[in-house]
Design a protein around this ligand. Structure first.
Ligand code: NAD
Length: 273
């Protein structure tokens, strides 16, 4: 990491995460806001980004066009339909991307992998340090417990969240599946509310989602066997943790080679297994 200020472009600047990111940058001494972008129309467009985030003016207007300048890093927490365009803009400009948007379509995930041969990208469904560790630990515990223990995941999020189950719950389920030699696509199950649902099959990994209130995000991974239950829980109390993690990733990725990186890479945990 260099000593110079890292110029950051926020995409989704008027959103819950966008405003949180703007506030974190405003109080940082290692980053500077280069641009703030959101969709066309709606309140806040053309206004100073600081005002939009409930702060003093920052001297940067919210615009509806992403035009990244070399040496900056794009931090995108918008919506899945915007990701493909934003990716192309970053590739064309040759700038690194930190992508926090969840619920990406399969075709977008493929494009993401292809774009990573041109630019460095950090993509994570959850930028919190605690969840990154939980995902790592999930695989270690699943491997140690073996197939006599059933793995199930319960996640809770605020009532505005669009995608379900959460990207984080799916990541945790995949970590469990991979650590125990199971194909994630074959064993993941999130349809227990279906009236025609069948009983649990051995080896499957259930993911249940609850939506309500203002919960920033809770994930509990349970391992159940006869007479015992082990629960690993992460509770996010403030969305600033995701913003801080994403901005840490932005400062880390700025001088990296093209590639698709995770938050575990940023934290130096990638080799832990
Ligand atoms: P939000 O709905 O409050 O904000 C989304 C913003 O994106 C809005 O301001 C919207 O106008 C803007 N937007 C929509 N289309 C756009 C476009 N074409 N170009 C630019 N901006 C556009 O949502 P949020 O709670 O801030 O979450 C944003 C995303 O981040 C979601 O996908 C959410 O699941 C994800 N998220 C990820 C993490 C993580 O750690 N990876 C944490 C929290 C939320």
């Amino acid at each position: 990491m260099s000593d110079r200020l890292t110029p950051i472009i926020i995409v989704g600047a008027r959103g819950r995460m966008g405003k949180t990111l703007l506030r974190e940058i405003a109080f940082s001494d290692s980053m500077v806001l280069e641009a703030a972008v959101d969709r066309s129309g709606g309140p806040g467009l053309g206004q100073d980004a600081g005002r939009v985030a409930g702060l003093q003016d920052l001297g940067v207007e919210v615009t509806d066009e992403l035009r990244p300048r070399r040496s900056s890093v794009v931090v995108d927490f918008s919506l899945p339909h915007a990701t493909e365009t934003n990716l192309r803009r970053c590739v064309d400009a040759g700038v690194p991307l930190v992508l926090g948007t969840t619920g990406l379509h399969k075709s977008t995930r493929e494009l993401l992998r292809a774009a990573a041969s041109d630019i460095p990208i950090v993509s994570a469904a959850n930028f919190s340090v605690g969840v990154t560790l939980l995902t790592k630990i999930a695989g270690l515990v699943a491997h140690a417990l073996g197939d006599q223990w059933d793995a199930e995941i319960l996640e809770i999020h605020h009532n505005h969240k669009r995608d379900a189950p959460s990207g984080t719950a799916l990541r945790i389920a995949k970590a469990v599946a991979k650590a125990t030699g199971r194909d994630p696509d074959a064993v993941l199950r999130s349809d227990r509310a279906d009236p025609h649902a069948r009983p649990r099959e051995r080896g499957e990994i259930g993911v249940a989602a609850i939506r309500g209130g203002d919960s920033v995000g809770e994930h509990t991974l349970m391992f159940l066997t006869d007479g015992e239950r082990l629960e690993l829980t992460h509770r996010a109390g403030d969305r600033a943790i995701f913003a801080r993690g994403a901005l840490r990733a932005a400062r880390w990725v700025v001088d990296k080679e093209p590639g698709l990186y995770t938050m575990a890479d940023v934290l130096g945990l990638a080799g832990l297994s």
